[in-house]
Structures are given as C-alpha cells and as structure tokens.
Design a protein. Sequence first.
Length: 565
Amino acid sequence: MNTNESTTRLDFIRAIVAEDLKTNKWGGQAVTRFPPEPNGYLHIGHAKSICLNFGIAGEFNGLCNLRFDDTNPIKEEQEYINSIIEDVRWLGFDWQDRLFYASDYFEQMYEYAVQLIQAGKAYVCDLTPEQIREYRGTLTEPGKNCPYRSRSVEENLDLFERMRAGEFEAGLRVLRAKIDMASPNLNMRDPVMYRILHAEHHRTGDKWCVYPTYDWAHGLEDSIERITHSVCTLEFENHRPLYDWFLDELGVHHPQQIEFARLNLSYTVMSKRKLQQLVQDGLVSGWDDPRMPTICGLRGRGYTPEAIRKFCKRIGVNKFNSTVDIALLEHCVREDLNKTSPRVMAVLRPLKVVIENYPEGQVEELEAINNPEDASAGTRKVPFSRELYIEREDFMEEPPKKFYRLAPGREVRLRYAYFITCTEVVKDSNGEAVELRCTYDPSTRGGDAPDGRKVKSTLHWVSAGHSLPAEVRLYEHLFSRENPDDAGGGEDFKSNLNPNSLQILSSCRVEPSLGQAKPGSRYQFERLGYFCVASESCEGKLVFNRTVTLRDRWAKIQKAQQQIR
C-alpha cells in the first residue's frame, strides 16, 4: 500500500498503521498477530480478527504471526489447535514459517517475572482467591494491601522458585505484580501474574506447574515476537495500562495495543463458553454443526471463504459495540454463490406428474443453462420423460387468488421443457393428491407457444425415472430471538433455541447430473436456494445442506432505507 495516500479512506486502525509507516515509527514495517486460545473452535467473530490482522499485514507489506496463547493447560487441546490452523488456512491466509506458541516463551516469561521480583515490583501472595477478591475493593472503594506485600525480595524469589518446583498445592500461592491497590483501574490493583496448576501441558508435558495469566503473557508474547501493532477487542481497553506497565517496567520492546469492537451478530451467540455448552449438552451435533457460527460449521453449511472475507470488509472496524444483522452475512454469501454456483433442479417434496399424451418410453435430453451469471459455465443435458416430479407446494386443487402455479385446468411452463396442463388429480384414501395427470403441448419445447399464449408460472421438475434420491437438511437460525441472551423470566440463552432450526427431508429427488457431486460442492437448486453437498454424502447416498434461501432480506432492508432517505 502507498502510505502517502490520504488516511481518510482507511478505518482508524489502518490509519494508525499508515501514519506509523509514514513516520518510520517501527522501522518501516508493520507486524501483527492473530493470537487465539486453543480452548475451542473459531467462530465468525474470530474471522473478523483474522481478516483484520492478516489483512493489515497484506495491505502494508508487513507480517502476521499465528500464535497460540496456550497458557491454560486445563482447557486446551490439540484438537482445537488443529481446527484453528485449518480454519485460518481455509479463510485464505498464510503465516508462512511464523507459527508460535506462548509455551515457547515460558522460560523467558519466568525470567521476566524474576526480574520484577528483584526490582521489588512483584511478590508471592498466600491469600485465597476469595480473599484476593475481597482485598481488591470495588469500583467505588479502593482495595487494601495484601499482608504479604511487604515480603523481602529474597523470600519472594525463594517462594517463587519453590512454586515452580512443585512444592505447593494448586491455588495455595500466586505471584502478583506490586502496582497500586488504590488505582481507579481494578486491573492495576496488584494483578496475578502466575498461578500454581499441577496439570500436564499439551506441548511442555509436566515440566511446569506454574502458568502465566493472560494479562502477564499477552504483552510479553507480543514483545518477544517484535509485534508493532497489537490489535485486540474492546474488553481489553481497560487492560492496556497493565500491558504498558509490564513492558515499561521490564524495559523491553513495547508494541502499541489498539482496541476495536468485537463482532456481535443477530440470532447468534458469540461466547465460546456458551457455544461449548451447546455442544456438551447435545443441543447441536458438534462444533461443526451447520447451525453453529463456528468457521467449520459455516464451511459445512456451504459458506465460502470469499463471502466471509467480503462480510468482514463490509462491516469494517470501529470503537463502538453494535450488533450486525445476520441478513448482511447471508447477503454476502448469496452474492458470492450467485456468481459461482451451478444451477441444478431438485424437488424437495415430490408430487408425481404423468404426462398422458407424451409417448411411453421416450426420453428427451433438454439443454439447461449452468449459470446465467457466467456464460463460460456452459450448458448441460437434463432428461425429460413421461413421468416427472414437481414440488408439492407448486400445486393447489383450489388455488386462492394470486396463486399462479399448477391447478386443475391450468397451464404452466416446465423449466427448459414444455407447457403442461393439469387434467386430473389422483388422491389417496385420505383425500390427499398423490399424482397429477397432465397433457403437454409439443410445440412449446424450450420456449413460448407459437400462438402467443402466455403462462404466469414456470416450475422446476425432475424426471421420475432418472432422478436420484437425496436427503436435504433445511437450516434456519439456531435461535428464535434476535438477541438470544435476552431470555427473560430468569431463563438462560438456551430457552431461545429455535425448535425449527433443522428440518430433514428424506424423500427428495435431484437431477442425475448430481450423481458425481463431491462433498463441499455448492449449487443453486432453482427456485429453492443455495445448497452444499454434506460431508456425509457418498456414493449411493446424496446429502445436501441448505446454505441460504434465495430470499434476500438484506436487499429489502437496503431498499427500504433508500426510500426513507
């Protein structure tokens, strides 16, 4: 990027980076990082941070590290590390050889802690967690000094070394920074730097039994990696003075911490703890359930990395918390899939049609357009025969006003095929239509009637004898309330789960061209929406997940806003 460009077109973080490069503040280079904790799967909120950090590095010819903040062995697993690596790569970003772990720096962090103890800036505290909270004070009342705050440097060094050696039980002692118990910022009231945990770490094994807290480790990791711009979400704004204090007291490389508003999305929860609760309680099939906002869930649902990156660019970054309508995310998905997805025909709730004047045993190969948005996609052949399936909802025996689809005595167009007219309805013992008898007009193949008559509806269809059976999963929002946390009545967010978030249709029929469809492939089912071949799909069993419907609520919102203006 040309850093001489006006920064008025940049968001506030990129404007800071551009100005720093212009003034050579960091030696002419921007170095960012994406630092996830490996205690769960990434979600769409993390995608915003990924796109921001890697995006800045790409735009300013800088570097972005992928670093795992693995300081809590109790909650971390290799499974999460593997999934995070896969997700970041899938989104289209590359950290090259800059994959790091906080655990890489455990020895260095320990030495820095010793340095603070020697400077009289840290001490070992024997208070219980409950007592520490009590001594800490409140937002309106200052805290009071810990009775162990005056320990000598020698005693603190000895106790801290014995903590490391595993001499004490978990929770018995902690190492705290000696700052100011009367500070108006609670984070500066002698925060905990190390706690005792007798837990095996996924990388260091049982080498350590003292582990750094996030506040202590965060700035040191950035400093050791020579990060220039430490970008994090707004909840860390009040922690910035502590970030600065640690680095200044140690006299080490000091990146600039910059905070931005995290992503909040309607009809969604973004708390990793709550998402984990849904998984553990069996309310979803797993972290990769297509209803989940996790990146792997969105991938399984058929979202593309291009659409997610476009969404993150559209919402931008700012300093104020707000909620983004999920309709915008779905709009970005439609925009991308509309350009790239082949069109096919599928019938989700089949109703049989017999064309009585069509020759028995005859099969025609009709030409169908693969994607009207992409002429290079070409065409394909779809078989047409005497017996077909149409959507059950495309027929009504007693149609109301403005229902223009098939009804007794009414003529409609079959996509790429002919005009047909319903002449008879065959019903079962319950009076439900199970078969339609129709006639067709041979002169209307692939176009209008020669005599100029018009029809008001065009239906999709599949040949009964050539179509393939398929299972289709229709997904809706996981939550029925726009703000799932707004439960009311003392209930928690789970009370707002949408009971209709998943509907499985097991008797669907799809055109034969889908017989070789590979898991992950995306299609537009004409008139129905965008669908993705599910990972469970295999030869002999086709399974599709609905990605999004064709109805674009965001486009309607935009149109309404323009009319107001």
